[in-house]
Ligand binder design. Structure first.
Ligand SMILES: [Zn+2]
Length: 287
């Protein structure tokens, strides 16, 4: 049975490298539940969702990882967030005709930002220009430029599902993590096909690629599409508007209708809610 909405980590002990496979189906479908994304944008969202899941699993932290593409192409913004518990959410903004457009045409001149926000500790952000023929190439270049461990990534996507495969050299100078072994293992991995990634069971894929290696497989993790929005979060967000603007809104006496870009949920802020925001702003400026 092929695994869906599932992430599998493994270590190739004989070559000093580690890897992960992910495949999303329900969670991939969920992204277009409230926005009717053109297929080109949905596929790009799928690739970034798989990547965010793969990257979250390589980090040892509790918190949130965001991948953001921001540029001047047809897609002005694409944002995917994943938590250490493999909860995903995603959104994209575009304008104009995207039908039949390739990655470079969609994105244009853009930046790739990867932000890591641990629940405890410092926020980290890496930003690089988006250079690459496809998103997988962009991520590999990001790893090269940020001087992290050699990493290769494969992404496959169709209408129903998206899948990703990541291979990363383990740190250390042992014989197993030699450049020759890394080369060897990436040559094997490069034979993976999109169809295998999207359709085969993870066991079959790993056996097909690495049956002559010693592979240790860890317990898999389910991945879900889940938004973390709430009325309270939107109220906190309103604080950044500042006291005068909030007072103005209270004076106007209109209910504010806010929509979550990730899940489509609506939150209505009544006057009493805005007054609460106003009190909160006053408290912070007092302190
Ligand atoms: Zn939401």
């Amino acid at each position: 049975m092929p695994e869906n909405d599932f992430l599998q980590r493994f270590i190739i002990e004989s070559s000093g490298s580690r890897g992960e496979i992910v495949r999303l189906t329900d969670s991939y479908r969920s992204v277009s539940r409230h926005v009717d994304y053109p297929i080109e944008i949905k596929k790009l969202l799928g690739e970034v969702m798989c990547t965010a899941t793969l990257l979250t699993a390589t980090l040892k932290f509790e918190g949130k990882l965001s991948i953001q593409l921001q540029g001047q192409g047809l897609v002005s913004l694409l944002l995917v967030q994943s938590t250490h518990e493999q909860k995903l959410r995603a959104t994209a903004k575009w304008q104009g005709e995207v039908s039949g457009k390739n990655f470079k045409e969609l994105i244009g001149k853009a930046q790739l930002a990867i932000t890591i926000e641990p629940e405890q500790g410092k926020r980290y952000q890496g930003i690089v220009p988006l250079e690459g023929e496809n998103f997988a190439e962009c991520i590999e270049l990001y790893f090269l430029q940020s001087e992290q461990l050699p990493t290769q990534i494969w992404l496959a996507v169709n209408q129903q599902s998206c899948a990703g495969f990541l291979l990363q050299k383990l740190p250390g100078n042992e014989k197993e993590s030699s450049p020759e072994n890394w080369e060897h293992i990436t040559i094997l991995a490069r034979t993976i096909t999109d169809q295998e990634l999207l359709e085969e069971s993870f066991e079959t894929i790993l056996y097909r690629l690495f049956h002559a290696e010693t592979v240790k497989v860890f317990e898999g993790k389910p991945v879900v599409y889940e938004c973390t929005c709430s009325k309270q979060r939107f109220e906190s967000g309103m604080m950044s508007l500042g006291q005068s603007q909030i007072s103005e809104m209270i004076k106007e006496g209109k209910t504010v209708d806010l929509k979550c870009e990730f899940c489509g949920a609506h939150y209505l802020l009544e006057i009493s809610d805005l007054q609460r925001v106003s009190v909160a702003i006053a408290k912070t400026s007092d302190g």
